[in-house]
Design a protein around this ligand. Structure first.
Ligand code: FE2
Ligand code: FE2
Length: 427
Protein backbone atom coordinates (compact mmCIF):
# COMPACT_ATOMS: atom_id res chain seq x y z
CA UNK A 1 0.00 0.00 0.00
CA UNK A 2 1.29 3.47 -0.86
CA UNK A 3 1.26 6.05 1.93
CA UNK A 4 2.32 9.66 1.99
CA UNK A 5 4.05 10.39 5.29
CA UNK A 6 5.95 13.31 6.77
CA UNK A 7 9.72 12.86 6.73
CA UNK A 8 9.67 12.96 10.53
CA UNK A 9 8.01 9.52 10.49
CA UNK A 10 10.54 7.99 8.15
CA UNK A 11 12.72 5.20 9.52
CA UNK A 12 15.23 2.71 8.12
CA UNK A 13 13.53 -0.36 6.69
CA UNK A 14 10.84 1.67 4.93
CA UNK A 15 10.63 1.39 1.16
CA UNK A 16 10.60 4.82 -0.44
CA UNK A 17 8.30 4.88 -3.44
CA UNK A 18 8.72 8.55 -4.20
CA UNK A 19 10.27 11.64 -2.69
CA UNK A 20 8.01 14.67 -2.84
CA UNK A 21 10.30 17.38 -4.07
CA UNK A 22 10.09 19.31 -7.30
CA UNK A 23 13.36 19.31 -9.19
CA UNK A 24 15.16 17.25 -6.63
CA UNK A 25 18.06 18.89 -4.95
CA UNK A 26 19.36 15.85 -3.13
CA UNK A 27 21.93 13.23 -4.05
CA UNK A 28 19.57 10.32 -4.67
CA UNK A 29 19.48 9.21 -8.25
CA UNK A 30 17.17 6.33 -7.36
CA UNK A 31 13.48 6.86 -7.73
CA UNK A 32 12.46 3.99 -5.47
CA UNK A 33 14.60 2.31 -2.91
CA UNK A 34 14.75 0.63 0.46
CA UNK A 35 15.90 3.07 3.09
CA UNK A 36 18.64 1.06 4.73
CA UNK A 37 21.26 3.50 5.83
CA UNK A 38 20.87 5.94 8.62
CA UNK A 39 23.02 8.38 6.65
CA UNK A 40 20.47 8.31 3.80
CA UNK A 41 17.78 9.31 6.26
CA UNK A 42 19.95 12.16 7.47
CA UNK A 43 20.41 13.29 3.89
CA UNK A 44 16.68 13.33 3.24
CA UNK A 45 16.08 15.29 6.43
CA UNK A 46 18.81 17.73 5.53
CA UNK A 47 17.24 18.64 2.20
CA UNK A 48 14.04 20.37 3.25
CA UNK A 49 11.91 17.51 1.97
CA UNK A 50 8.63 17.48 3.84
CA UNK A 51 6.86 14.33 2.69
CA UNK A 52 7.63 11.05 0.99
CA UNK A 53 5.58 8.17 -0.32
CA UNK A 54 6.34 4.76 1.13
CA UNK A 55 5.27 1.33 -0.08
CA UNK A 56 4.31 -0.73 2.96
CA UNK A 57 4.28 -3.95 0.96
CA UNK A 58 7.98 -3.66 0.32
CA UNK A 59 9.12 -2.20 3.62
CA UNK A 60 8.17 -1.14 7.13
CA UNK A 61 5.04 0.85 7.95
CA UNK A 62 4.89 3.87 10.26
CA UNK A 63 4.97 3.04 13.94
CA UNK A 64 1.53 3.10 15.60
CA UNK A 65 0.91 6.23 17.64
CA UNK A 66 4.17 7.68 16.50
CA UNK A 67 4.27 11.33 17.30
CA UNK A 68 6.75 14.12 16.89
CA UNK A 69 8.12 13.98 20.43
CA UNK A 70 8.99 10.29 20.02
CA UNK A 71 10.65 11.12 16.75
CA UNK A 72 12.83 13.76 18.29
CA UNK A 73 14.14 11.39 20.88
CA UNK A 74 14.70 8.60 18.38
CA UNK A 75 16.10 10.46 15.42
CA UNK A 76 18.81 13.08 15.36
CA UNK A 77 17.84 16.52 16.49
CA UNK A 78 17.13 19.22 13.97
CA UNK A 79 20.46 20.78 14.76
CA UNK A 80 22.26 17.68 13.46
CA UNK A 81 20.27 17.81 10.26
CA UNK A 82 21.20 21.46 9.95
CA UNK A 83 24.87 20.68 10.21
CA UNK A 84 24.60 18.21 7.36
CA UNK A 85 22.58 20.47 5.14
CA UNK A 86 25.40 22.38 3.57
CA UNK A 87 27.59 19.36 2.99
CA UNK A 88 24.88 17.32 1.34
CA UNK A 89 24.16 20.03 -1.20
CA UNK A 90 27.69 20.26 -2.40
CA UNK A 91 28.97 18.10 -5.17
CA UNK A 92 29.65 14.51 -4.26
CA UNK A 93 33.22 14.02 -3.10
CA UNK A 94 35.45 13.01 -5.98
CA UNK A 95 36.96 9.54 -5.77
CA UNK A 96 40.65 10.06 -5.26
CA UNK A 97 42.08 7.27 -7.42
CA UNK A 98 41.27 5.66 -10.74
CA UNK A 99 40.38 2.49 -8.88
CA UNK A 100 37.98 4.39 -6.61
CA UNK A 101 36.43 6.10 -9.64
CA UNK A 102 35.75 2.71 -11.23
CA UNK A 103 34.20 1.39 -8.02
CA UNK A 104 32.00 4.46 -7.79
CA UNK A 105 30.99 4.18 -11.44
CA UNK A 106 30.14 0.50 -11.05
CA UNK A 107 27.71 1.39 -8.28
CA UNK A 108 26.31 4.20 -10.36
CA UNK A 109 25.70 1.88 -13.31
CA UNK A 110 23.83 -0.51 -11.07
CA UNK A 111 21.61 2.18 -9.60
CA UNK A 112 21.09 3.81 -12.96
CA UNK A 113 19.54 0.69 -14.36
CA UNK A 114 16.85 0.67 -11.68
CA UNK A 115 15.98 4.29 -12.32
CA UNK A 116 15.89 3.92 -16.09
CA UNK A 117 13.87 0.75 -15.84
CA UNK A 118 11.29 2.57 -13.72
CA UNK A 119 11.13 5.49 -16.15
CA UNK A 120 10.80 3.26 -19.20
CA UNK A 121 8.26 0.91 -17.63
CA UNK A 122 6.16 3.88 -16.50
CA UNK A 123 6.30 5.12 -20.09
CA UNK A 124 5.17 1.75 -21.36
CA UNK A 125 2.20 1.92 -18.95
CA UNK A 126 1.26 5.26 -20.45
CA UNK A 127 2.28 7.23 -17.35
CA UNK A 128 3.81 10.65 -17.90
CA UNK A 129 7.59 10.89 -17.64
CA UNK A 130 8.71 13.12 -14.82
CA UNK A 131 12.14 14.65 -15.50
CA UNK A 132 12.75 14.81 -11.75
CA UNK A 133 13.26 11.07 -11.90
CA UNK A 134 16.12 11.51 -14.32
CA UNK A 135 17.64 14.70 -12.99
CA UNK A 136 19.66 13.39 -10.09
CA UNK A 137 20.88 10.40 -12.09
CA UNK A 138 22.00 12.65 -14.93
CA UNK A 139 23.80 14.84 -12.44
CA UNK A 140 25.79 11.90 -11.04
CA UNK A 141 26.60 10.54 -14.49
CA UNK A 142 27.75 13.98 -15.63
CA UNK A 143 29.98 14.41 -12.60
CA UNK A 144 31.63 11.04 -13.18
CA UNK A 145 32.16 11.87 -16.86
CA UNK A 146 33.63 15.23 -15.94
CA UNK A 147 36.23 13.60 -13.72
CA UNK A 148 37.14 10.90 -16.22
CA UNK A 149 34.94 10.22 -19.27
CA UNK A 150 36.47 6.83 -20.04
CA UNK A 151 35.56 5.21 -16.74
CA UNK A 152 31.78 5.18 -16.96
CA UNK A 153 31.72 4.90 -20.74
CA UNK A 154 33.94 1.82 -20.70
CA UNK A 155 31.98 0.26 -17.85
CA UNK A 156 28.68 0.50 -19.70
CA UNK A 157 30.15 -2.00 -22.16
CA UNK A 158 30.33 -4.62 -19.42
CA UNK A 159 26.63 -5.26 -19.65
CA UNK A 160 25.19 -8.67 -19.10
CA UNK A 161 22.26 -9.98 -21.07
CA UNK A 162 19.82 -9.00 -18.34
CA UNK A 163 21.27 -5.53 -18.06
CA UNK A 164 21.36 -4.79 -21.76
CA UNK A 165 17.97 -3.12 -22.01
CA UNK A 166 18.76 -0.06 -20.01
CA UNK A 167 22.53 0.18 -20.16
CA UNK A 168 22.31 1.53 -23.70
CA UNK A 169 20.51 4.56 -22.24
CA UNK A 170 23.21 5.02 -19.57
CA UNK A 171 25.91 4.74 -22.21
CA UNK A 172 24.32 7.29 -24.55
CA UNK A 173 23.70 9.59 -21.58
CA UNK A 174 27.39 9.42 -20.59
CA UNK A 175 28.62 9.81 -24.17
CA UNK A 176 26.38 12.86 -24.69
CA UNK A 177 27.67 14.44 -21.48
CA UNK A 178 31.27 13.82 -22.53
CA UNK A 179 30.79 15.07 -26.08
CA UNK A 180 28.94 18.19 -24.88
CA UNK A 181 31.91 18.92 -22.65
CA UNK A 182 34.39 18.55 -25.50
CA UNK A 183 32.26 20.94 -27.56
CA UNK A 184 32.44 23.54 -24.80
CA UNK A 185 28.72 23.62 -24.09
CA UNK A 186 27.89 25.19 -20.75
CA UNK A 187 26.92 23.09 -17.76
CA UNK A 188 23.17 23.45 -18.25
CA UNK A 189 23.53 22.47 -21.90
CA UNK A 190 25.70 19.49 -20.94
CA UNK A 191 23.01 18.27 -18.55
CA UNK A 192 20.29 18.74 -21.16
CA UNK A 193 22.29 16.76 -23.70
CA UNK A 194 22.86 13.99 -21.15
CA UNK A 195 19.16 13.90 -20.24
CA UNK A 196 18.33 13.65 -23.93
CA UNK A 197 20.75 10.71 -24.23
CA UNK A 198 19.11 8.97 -21.31
CA UNK A 199 15.62 9.27 -22.79
CA UNK A 200 16.33 9.05 -26.52
CA UNK A 201 15.05 5.50 -27.03
CA UNK A 202 12.07 5.55 -24.68
CA UNK A 203 9.86 5.03 -27.75
CA UNK A 204 11.25 1.48 -28.03
CA UNK A 205 8.89 0.69 -25.18
CA UNK A 206 6.06 0.91 -27.71
CA UNK A 207 7.60 -1.79 -29.92
CA UNK A 208 7.02 -5.50 -29.18
CA UNK A 209 10.12 -7.07 -27.62
CA UNK A 210 10.02 -10.00 -30.06
CA UNK A 211 10.58 -7.56 -32.92
CA UNK A 212 13.24 -5.51 -31.15
CA UNK A 213 15.25 -8.65 -30.45
CA UNK A 214 14.47 -10.71 -33.48
CA UNK A 215 17.66 -12.64 -34.13
CA UNK A 216 17.20 -12.77 -37.89
CA UNK A 217 16.53 -10.23 -40.59
CA UNK A 218 13.54 -7.94 -40.10
CA UNK A 219 10.67 -7.98 -42.59
CA UNK A 220 9.77 -4.67 -44.23
CA UNK A 221 6.72 -4.38 -41.99
CA UNK A 222 8.78 -5.03 -38.85
CA UNK A 223 11.35 -2.49 -39.93
CA UNK A 224 8.64 0.09 -40.56
CA UNK A 225 7.27 -0.57 -37.08
CA UNK A 226 10.67 -0.07 -35.45
CA UNK A 227 11.06 3.16 -37.36
CA UNK A 228 8.05 4.53 -35.47
CA UNK A 229 9.95 4.57 -32.15
CA UNK A 230 11.19 8.19 -32.44
CA UNK A 231 7.61 9.42 -32.92
CA UNK A 232 6.32 7.11 -30.19
CA UNK A 233 9.00 8.36 -27.80
CA UNK A 234 8.23 11.96 -28.61
CA UNK A 235 4.57 11.39 -27.72
CA UNK A 236 5.57 9.67 -24.46
CA UNK A 237 7.85 12.53 -23.46
CA UNK A 238 5.26 15.16 -24.44
CA UNK A 239 2.66 13.48 -22.25
CA UNK A 240 4.35 14.68 -19.06
CA UNK A 241 4.84 18.17 -20.44
CA UNK A 242 7.98 18.71 -18.36
CA UNK A 243 10.79 17.21 -20.42
CA UNK A 244 13.25 19.76 -21.85
CA UNK A 245 12.80 20.60 -25.52
CA UNK A 246 16.29 19.29 -26.27
CA UNK A 247 15.28 15.82 -25.07
CA UNK A 248 12.12 15.94 -27.18
CA UNK A 249 14.15 16.92 -30.22
CA UNK A 250 16.84 14.27 -29.74
CA UNK A 251 14.22 11.60 -29.14
CA UNK A 252 12.48 12.52 -32.38
CA UNK A 253 15.57 13.07 -34.55
CA UNK A 254 18.40 10.81 -33.38
CA UNK A 255 17.97 8.66 -36.49
CA UNK A 256 18.30 11.54 -38.94
CA UNK A 257 21.48 11.45 -41.02
CA UNK A 258 23.62 14.39 -42.08
CA UNK A 259 22.99 13.72 -45.80
CA UNK A 260 19.20 13.63 -45.37
CA UNK A 261 18.79 9.86 -45.72
CA UNK A 262 17.66 9.24 -42.13
CA UNK A 263 14.23 9.09 -40.55
CA UNK A 264 11.56 10.07 -39.58
CA UNK A 265 11.74 13.42 -41.40
CA UNK A 266 14.74 13.14 -43.71
CA UNK A 267 16.29 16.29 -42.22
CA UNK A 268 19.67 17.35 -43.55
CA UNK A 269 22.84 19.08 -42.31
CA UNK A 270 22.16 22.03 -40.03
CA UNK A 271 18.46 21.30 -40.41
CA UNK A 272 19.16 18.71 -37.71
CA UNK A 273 19.81 20.32 -34.33
CA UNK A 274 23.31 20.09 -32.85
CA UNK A 275 22.03 17.87 -30.04
CA UNK A 276 20.24 15.49 -32.42
CA UNK A 277 23.44 15.22 -34.51
CA UNK A 278 25.33 14.46 -31.28
CA UNK A 279 22.68 11.91 -30.37
CA UNK A 280 23.06 10.14 -33.71
CA UNK A 281 26.80 9.68 -33.13
CA UNK A 282 26.58 8.55 -29.51
CA UNK A 283 23.69 6.21 -30.28
CA UNK A 284 25.40 4.47 -33.19
CA UNK A 285 28.76 4.21 -31.41
CA UNK A 286 27.20 2.45 -28.43
CA UNK A 287 25.02 0.25 -30.61
CA UNK A 288 27.80 -1.03 -32.87
CA UNK A 289 30.17 -1.70 -29.97
CA UNK A 290 27.57 -3.75 -28.10
CA UNK A 291 27.07 -7.48 -28.30
CA UNK A 292 23.58 -8.30 -29.50
CA UNK A 293 21.80 -11.64 -29.62
CA UNK A 294 22.43 -11.77 -33.34
CA UNK A 295 25.68 -9.88 -33.74
CA UNK A 296 28.97 -9.46 -31.91
CA UNK A 297 29.84 -5.86 -31.11
CA UNK A 298 32.87 -4.24 -32.67
CA UNK A 299 36.03 -3.43 -30.81
CA UNK A 300 35.59 0.30 -29.89
CA UNK A 301 38.67 1.27 -31.92
CA UNK A 302 37.29 -0.58 -34.90
CA UNK A 303 33.97 1.23 -34.49
CA UNK A 304 35.72 4.62 -34.53
CA UNK A 305 37.68 3.69 -37.66
CA UNK A 306 34.64 2.33 -39.47
CA UNK A 307 32.34 5.21 -38.51
CA UNK A 308 34.93 7.68 -39.83
CA UNK A 309 34.61 6.02 -43.21
CA UNK A 310 30.83 6.28 -43.48
CA UNK A 311 30.12 9.26 -45.65
CA UNK A 312 26.95 11.20 -45.11
CA UNK A 313 25.85 9.62 -41.86
CA UNK A 314 27.42 11.96 -39.30
CA UNK A 315 28.35 15.60 -39.05
CA UNK A 316 32.14 15.47 -39.79
CA UNK A 317 32.92 18.26 -37.33
CA UNK A 318 31.13 16.38 -34.56
CA UNK A 319 32.82 13.12 -35.47
CA UNK A 320 36.22 14.74 -34.95
CA UNK A 321 35.05 16.08 -31.58
CA UNK A 322 33.76 12.63 -30.72
CA UNK A 323 37.15 11.05 -31.46
CA UNK A 324 38.79 13.66 -29.25
CA UNK A 325 36.29 12.66 -26.55
CA UNK A 326 36.63 8.87 -26.51
CA UNK A 327 40.02 8.56 -28.22
CA UNK A 328 41.15 6.88 -31.41
CA UNK A 329 41.66 3.78 -29.30
CA UNK A 330 38.97 4.08 -26.61
CA UNK A 331 39.47 2.42 -23.23
CA UNK A 332 38.62 -1.27 -23.59
CA UNK A 333 39.88 -1.46 -27.19
CA UNK A 334 42.03 -4.39 -28.21
CA UNK A 335 45.17 -3.31 -30.04
CA UNK A 336 48.15 -4.94 -31.70
CA UNK A 337 51.50 -3.39 -30.87
CA UNK A 338 54.35 -3.08 -33.31
CA UNK A 339 56.27 -5.98 -31.82
CA UNK A 340 53.28 -8.31 -32.16
CA UNK A 341 51.97 -8.09 -28.62
CA UNK A 342 48.22 -7.91 -28.01
CA UNK A 343 47.02 -5.37 -25.48
CA UNK A 344 43.88 -3.77 -24.08
CA UNK A 345 43.71 0.02 -23.72
CA UNK A 346 43.35 0.94 -20.04
CA UNK A 347 43.66 4.74 -19.96
CA UNK A 348 43.73 7.61 -22.43
CA UNK A 349 46.65 10.01 -22.56
CA UNK A 350 45.32 13.53 -21.89
CA UNK A 351 46.71 14.88 -25.19
CA UNK A 352 48.18 12.08 -27.31
CA UNK A 353 45.42 10.09 -28.98
CA UNK A 354 47.89 7.49 -30.24
CA UNK A 355 49.70 6.90 -26.95
CA UNK A 356 47.33 5.49 -24.33
CA UNK A 357 48.24 3.19 -21.45
CA UNK A 358 47.71 -0.49 -22.24
CA UNK A 359 47.80 -3.87 -20.49
CA UNK A 360 49.50 -6.73 -22.31
CA UNK A 361 47.23 -9.72 -22.88
CA UNK A 362 49.50 -11.73 -25.16
CA UNK A 363 53.24 -11.38 -25.29
CA UNK A 364 54.63 -13.92 -27.73
CA UNK A 365 58.26 -14.65 -27.05
CA UNK A 366 58.23 -13.21 -23.55
CA UNK A 367 55.45 -14.59 -21.39
CA UNK A 368 56.74 -12.72 -18.35
CA UNK A 369 55.52 -9.49 -19.91
CA UNK A 370 51.93 -10.77 -19.99
CA UNK A 371 49.65 -8.69 -17.76
CA UNK A 372 52.13 -5.84 -17.61
CA UNK A 373 50.84 -2.26 -17.71
CA UNK A 374 52.61 -0.09 -20.29
CA UNK A 375 52.43 3.65 -20.78
CA UNK A 376 53.01 4.02 -24.51
CA UNK A 377 53.75 7.73 -24.11
CA UNK A 378 56.95 6.81 -22.26
CA UNK A 379 58.13 4.26 -24.82
CA UNK A 380 59.74 6.87 -27.07
CA UNK A 381 58.28 5.26 -30.16
CA UNK A 382 59.81 1.86 -29.47
CA UNK A 383 56.50 0.13 -29.08
CA UNK A 384 53.55 1.82 -30.69
CA UNK A 385 50.07 0.70 -31.68
CA UNK A 386 50.15 -0.96 -35.09
CA UNK A 387 46.37 -1.40 -35.48
CA UNK A 388 43.23 -2.34 -33.65
CA UNK A 389 42.63 -6.05 -33.21
CA UNK A 390 39.37 -7.86 -33.94
CA UNK A 391 36.90 -7.90 -31.07
CA UNK A 392 38.02 -10.78 -28.88
CA UNK A 393 36.03 -13.54 -27.45
CA UNK A 394 36.34 -12.30 -23.89
CA UNK A 395 35.48 -15.75 -22.60
CA UNK A 396 38.90 -16.88 -23.77
CA UNK A 397 40.35 -14.43 -21.26
CA UNK A 398 37.97 -15.51 -18.53
CA UNK A 399 36.54 -12.08 -17.69
CA UNK A 400 35.04 -8.89 -18.97
CA UNK A 401 36.70 -5.62 -18.16
CA UNK A 402 40.36 -6.55 -18.46
CA UNK A 403 41.07 -2.85 -18.76
CA UNK A 404 39.92 -2.24 -15.17
CA UNK A 405 42.56 -1.40 -12.57
CA UNK A 406 43.73 -4.24 -10.34
CA UNK A 407 41.44 -4.58 -7.37
CA UNK A 408 38.22 -3.68 -9.18
CA UNK A 409 35.99 -6.68 -9.52
CA UNK A 410 35.71 -8.01 -13.05
CA UNK A 411 32.86 -9.98 -14.46
CA UNK A 412 32.38 -13.41 -15.82
CA UNK A 413 32.50 -13.03 -19.60
CA UNK A 414 29.90 -15.72 -20.26
CA UNK A 415 27.10 -13.65 -18.77
CA UNK A 416 27.35 -10.95 -21.40
CA UNK A 417 26.37 -12.84 -24.49
CA UNK A 418 24.80 -16.07 -23.40
CA UNK A 419 21.18 -15.27 -23.99
CA UNK A 420 18.86 -12.96 -25.79
CA UNK A 421 18.07 -9.73 -24.09
CA UNK A 422 15.20 -7.34 -24.62
CA UNK A 423 15.97 -3.72 -25.22
CA UNK A 424 16.84 -0.87 -27.48
CA UNK A 425 18.74 -2.16 -30.48
CA UNK A 426 20.88 -0.71 -33.17
CA UNK A 427 18.05 0.83 -35.12
FE1 FE2 B 1 16.67 4.85 -31.59
FE1 FE2 C 1 19.44 4.12 -29.30
Amino acid sequence: MLKQIPVSKLRPGMYIHRIDAPWLDHPFWKKRFLLEKYTDLQTIRANDIETVWINTEKGLDVLPDQDESEQDSFWPAASIAQSHRRASREQEPAPSTLEAEYRHALELCEEAQTTIKDIFLDAREGLPIDPDDARSLVSHISQSVERNPSVLISLTRMRTADEYTYMHSVAVCALMAALARTLGLNEAEQREAATAGLLHDVGKMAIPIEILNKPGRLTDDEFRLIMTHPDAGYVMLMRGGLVPNVALDVCLHHHEKFDGSGYPHGLQGDGISLQARMGALCDVYDAVTSDRPYKKGWNPAEAIHRMAQWTGHFDPMLLRAFVRTVGLYPVGSLVLLQDGELAVVTEQHPHELLLPKVRLLEAPGNQTRKGRLIDLSTQRGHNRIRSFAPQPDWEAYGALGLWLPEGVERRNAGAATAQESPGPGTL
